[in-house]
Ligand binder design. Structure first.
Ligand SMILES: NC(=O)C[C@H](N)C(=O)O
Length: 469
């Protein structure tokens, strides 16, 4: 097959579609004075309606930009049910408004879906608390702030994928259904079939525990794709995933979700936590730069904090240094901390403040704070080559480590009944050291956008006792 001959097809792919397809202009395309004089057809939702003497001015938005398009129509063109919240199609000519911006002078206007303002939960020109808006998850994308957040979320996701692609990482889709609890914390959701016929058949076939197993294996929703990434890194060198992860933690805090997205990277031939920290720092910074470049309007609209940390090196301290700092300032903390304990949120935020309000890596953790798969530090076998990245307002954003790559040592550390023979075997054939990290996508968005509650950066949040939509 000569694929080269296809590279000569220079026409844009639209040219190969059927002709005469009706084309509407998106509002982000229309809202530009270079269109002045053009006839366009636009569709969207009415975000504001101002009645003047002869004319009616509409602000119309279709979610492609935080900017509304101003539409002007003559009073006698107004359809009966045109009001705030309804969806419309407008045909008209782009003109330059007195304020210099583009506006659409309507020639035809049609209401597609009306909106009964006696029932609709959002009134025009009213700012609502995010708790109120969250009661209407199905209508929330229509609010201006949330639609900005959704565009920024999409941009961040593209930026992360582009970053990895540019640095020769291979994207791996790790499984959602797994038979192991990677983090060993027992915070897993079980997966089981819900079909009576299937359950009956499985029982007949000798399944011992058909009601709690997936075809005779106990399975869970994945808490992390790390172990599978380690398998792929030992063939593809640099890999990453961008997948949902699930944690059955009974926490309704502003930083926890039962279902969240995680970006995990795993790099073969990597042995140092310092190199791993550099990879993580590069990802955070390059993603932020890209969002600033492409999403400035939305960033401004959501009043994202200025990323003063962008042109400063992230902090890098050991667990022991962090602990000593916390103990020196025990009088300022509500909870004291003891040697070998994990930090509480309060400690994490204090450390970030103390080290200049820039993200700070905490490395070389006590073994007892961390899962089984981490490698011991060369200078102290009670410590492991782990890192946590703490960031302003959020605390822990990234967790990672150099993995235990010694077959015998790993065999000793594996939790019993862990179903991880395959994971051990990776250390047997063509083994190499690997290191990797995981970053919670929603926490990243909270951090860069300054959104206090994690439920407000994901379209349909799941948290304990909340999954009705
Ligand atoms: N891939 C990683 O290193 C993330 C780690 N497994 C975690 O869930 O924290």
């Amino acid at each position: 097959m000569n694929f080269k001959r296809f590279t000569h097809l220079k026409l844009p792919p639209e040219q190969y579609l059927r002709k005469n397809i009706h084309k509407y202009a998106t509002i982000c395309e229309t809202n530009d004075t270079k269109n002045v004089g053009k006839r366009l057809e636009v569709q969207g939702w009415v975000r504001a309606l101002r009645k003047m003497k002869n004319n009616i001015f509409l602000d119309v938005n279709d979610g492609t930009s935080s900017q509304h398009l101003q539409v002007v129509l003559n009073k006698n063109q107004k359809p009966e049910n045109l009001n705030y919240g309804c969806s419309i199609v407008i045909e008209g000519q782009v003109a330059q408004a007195p304020n210099g911006r583009a506006e659409l002078q309507a020639e035809n206007i049609q209401v597609i879906g009306s909106c009964d303002l006696n029932e609709y939960p959002f009134l025009p020109r009213k700012q609502y608390e995010s708790e109120y808006v969250r009661q209407f998850l199905h209508l929330r994308p229509r609010t201006r702030t949330f639609s900005s957040i959704m565009r920024l979320r999409s941009l961040a996701s593209d930026a992360i994928r582009d970053h990895f692609s540019k640095h020769n990482f291979i994207n791996v889709d790790t499984p959602i259904i797994t038979s192991n609890d990677c983090e060993g914390a027992g915070e897993v959701f079980n997966v089981q079939p819900n079909s009576h016929e299937l359950l009956a058949k499985m029982k007949k076939e000798g399944s011992t525990d058909a009601t709690t197993t997936y075809f005779n294996t106990k399975t869970f929703l994945s808490v992390s794709g790390q172990l599978h990434l380690e398998a792929c890194a030992r063939a593809l060198s640099k890999v990453y995933n961008f997948c949902p992860a699930f944690r059955a933690e009974n926490s309704k805090s502003r930083l926890h979700l039962s279902e969240f997205y995680m970006i995990e990277a795993e790099l073969a031939f990597m042995t140092s936590v310092r190199d791993l920290a550099n990879e993580a720092e590069l990802l955070v910074k390059s993603t932020m730069l890209r969002i600033i470049e492409k999403g400035a309007l939305d960033l401004k609209f959501v009043q994202a904090p200025e990323p003063a940390w962008l042109n400063r090196a992230f902090g890098f301290i050991t667990y022991q240094e962090a602990l000593d700092t916390l103990n020196r300032h025990a009088d300022k903390l509500a909870f004291p901390i003891k040697q070998g304990e994990n930090f509480a949120k309060e400690h994490e935020l204090f450390l970030v403040q103390h080290y200049g309000n820039v993200p700070v890596f905490i490395v070389d953790w006590p073994k007892e704070c961390k899962p089984f798969y981490m490698q011991e530090c060369d200078y102290d076998n009670n410590k492991v080559k782990a890192l946590d990245l703490l960031v302003p307002t959020v605390g822990e954003l990234i967790g990672g480590s150099v993995r235990e790559d010694n077959y015998v040592k790993l065999k000793d550390k594996l939790p019993c009944n862990s179903n991880l023979d395959w994971y051990l075997q990776l250390r047997k054939y063509g083994n190499v050291p690997t290191a990797g990290f995981g970053m919670g996508f929603e926490r990243f968005l909270q951090f860069i956008l300054g959104v206090p509650n994690i439920k407000d950066v994901i379209p349909f949040p799941r948290w304990p006792y909340n999954c009705n939509l």
